[in-house]
Design a protein around this ligand. Structure first.
Ligand SMILES: NC(=O)c1ccc[n+]([C@@H]2O[C@H](COP(=O)([O-])OP(=O)(O)OC[C@H]3O[C@@H](n4cnc5c(N)ncnc54)[C@H](O)[C@@H]3O)[C@@H](O)[C@H]2O)c1
Length: 364
C-alpha cells in the first residue's frame, strides 16, 4: 500500500501473523459475539483481505470498535441482509443493521448475477454498516468476471468546500475491471480526502505524527497530531473536487438508496446509535461490445502502456491502480501480516472477552 505518510513504521512492526490464522482468530471472536458461522467467515475474509493488501487501516484492527458497537446493541451481530428485486436488473438490499460486509457482499453477488444475464446489474443498499476497504467488493466482482462500481457513504468528517465543520463522509469511490493478465486487474479504491481517516486512527494507535496537509484541528489550524486531527476535520483532496466526489457518494449511496445522508450516518467508532450507512454497487459484463478475448487484449495494452510510460525524474517504477496492493498481498501471503504489539494486545482482549483462543503469531 502506498502510504502517503512520511513517518516510518516503528521498530517493533515485525510481529507476523499468517492470513489463515488471522481469519480463524477473527471468525472465533465474531462467533463468540453472536455472528452466525457463515457470516463470520465472510466478515473475517473481507477484513483479512485488507490486511493482506496493506490497507492495515481497514483490517482486523477494526474488531475492537466493531465489537463495542455489537455489545452496545447498535449493530445487530445476528442479522443477515435481505435482497429484493426492484426490476430485473436492479436489487434493493436491506442490511437490517448487520455488518456492512454482509450487505455489500450480498448486493454485489446479486448485481453480478443480474449482469451475467442482462449485461448490467445494480444494487442499492440501505440500513448497512461500515464495510471497511472497498477493494474487496471490487475484487468480488473481478472474481465473477465483472467490471464494477463500488460506492458507499460514511459518517461526517470532511467540510463542504469552503466550510469548516464536518458534513461529508470520507466516502471511498472504487471501481475495477478484470485485467488482460488475470493477475493485473484495474482496481481504483480511493477516499476523497488527502488521506483516509483510518490512517489517522492508525497513527494515533501507533503513537506517530501525521503530515500537516491531512487535517485541521478543532480551531481550523493544520496539525501533525492525530488526536487533534480527529477533533477537527479531514481535508478533501483537490479542494472542491474532493468535496464534490464525497457529495457524489452521498447522492448514490444515501439519497438514492434510501439510507442516511447529508451528515446523518453514524461512524464505526461511535457505539451510541445505528449507522444507517448506504452503498451503491454496479456490475457490468465486460463482453458487452466485443468478445471477452478482445476486451482482455485491450486491457493488457492499457496496462502495458501505463506501466511502460516514460518515468518522471526519480521514479523507479510506474504502477497500475491497485498493483502496489496486489504486490503487497503476494508478499504477505508468503511472509504473514505485520502487526505491532499494542494491536495484538487489543485484539487478544477481544478474544478473552468471549473465551476464545489468543492470536498465534509466526514463530511462536
Ligand atoms: N468504508 C469506508 O467508509 C472507508 C472510508 C475511507 C477509506 N476507506 C478505505 O481506505 C482505504 C485507503 O484509501 P486511500 O484513499 O488512503 O487510498 P490510497 O491513497 O492509498 O490509494 C488510492 C488509489 O491510488 C492507487 N495508488 C496509490 N499509490 C499509487 C502509485 N504509486 N501508483 C499507482 N497507483 C497508486 C491505489 O492503488 C488506490 O487505487 C481504501 O481501501 C478505502 O476503501 C474506507
Amino acid at each position: 500500500m502506498a502510504e502517503t505518510s512520511t513517518t516510518q513504521p516503528p521498530a517493533d512492526d515485525k510481529i507476523l501473523v499468517e492470513a489463515s490464522e488471522a481469519r480463524k482468530f477473527v471468525e472465533n471472536i465474531l462467533e463468540g459475539n453472536g455472528v452466525p458461522k457463515p457470516n463470520a467467515a465472510i466478515v473475517a475474509r473481507c477484513l483479512v483481505a485488507a490486511d493482506l493488501r496493506g490497507v492495515d487501516t481497514h483490517g482486523i484492527n477494526r474488531i475492537p470498535s466493531y465489537m463495542a458497537r455489537v455489545r452496545s446493541g447498535v449493530l445487530d451481530a445476528a442479522a443477515s441482509p435481505d435482497v429484493a428485486k426492484v426490476t430485473p436488473a436492479v436489487a434493493r438490499v436491506d442490511g437490517r443493521n448487520g455488518f456492512g460486509f454482509l450487505a455489500a457482499e450480498a448486493g454485489m453477488r446479486a448485481a453480478c448475477e443480474m449482469a451475467r444475464e442482462l449485461g448490467v446489474g445494480m444494487a442499492g443498499v440501505r440500513r448497512s454498516n461500515h464495510f471497511g476497504m472497498s477493494a474487496w467488493v471490487v475484487q468480488q466482482a473481478i472474481d465473477a468476471g465483472m467490471i464494477s462500481l463500488v460506492f458507499t457513504n460514511s459518517s461526517p468528517a470532511l467540510p463542504a468546500f469552503g466550510g469548516r465543520s464536518k458534513l461529508l463522509g470520507v466516502s471511498p469511490i472504487a471501481c475495477g475491471a478484470p485485467g488482460g493478465n488475470p493477475g493485473k486487474p484495474f482496481i481504483l479504491d480511493m477516499a476523497p480526502s488527502v488521506a483516509a481517516r483510518g490512517k489517522i486512527y492508525k497513527a494515533k494507535r501507533r503513537g506517530e505524527k501525521i503530515p500537516l496537509d491531512w487535517a485541521l484541528d478543532a480551531e481550523g489550524r493544520p496539525t501533525d497530531d492525530p488526536a487533534a486531527a480527529l477533533e477537527g476535520v479531514m481535508l478533501p483532496m483537490g479542494g472542491p473536487k474532493g468535496s464534490a466526489l464525497a457529495i457524489m457518494m452521498d447522492v448514490f449511496s444515501g439519497v438514492l438508496s434510501g439510507s442516511a445522508f447529508a451528515g446523518g450516518v453514524t461512524g464505526p467508532y461511535d457505539p451510541s446509535k445505528a449507522s444507517d450507512v448506504g452503498h451503491f454497487l454496479v456490475a457490468i459484463k465486460p463482453d458487452l461490445f466485443m468478445s471477452l478475448d478482445e476486451f482482455r487484449e485491450r486491457m493488457d495494452i492499457l496496462y502495458q502502456r501505463v506501466v511502460g510510460s516514460d518515468k518522471a525524474a526519480g521514479v523507479e517504477r510506474i504502477y497500475f491502480p491497485g498493483e502496489i496492493e496486489q504486490l503487497t498481498q503476494e508478499q504477505r501471503e508468503k511472509t504473514g501480516i505485520p502487526f505491532v504489539q499494542a494491536e495484538i494486545d487489543a485484539l487478544n482482549e477481544e478474544a478473552k472477552k468471549v473465551g476464545k483462543p489468543l492470536l498465534v503469531v509466526k514463530g511462536q
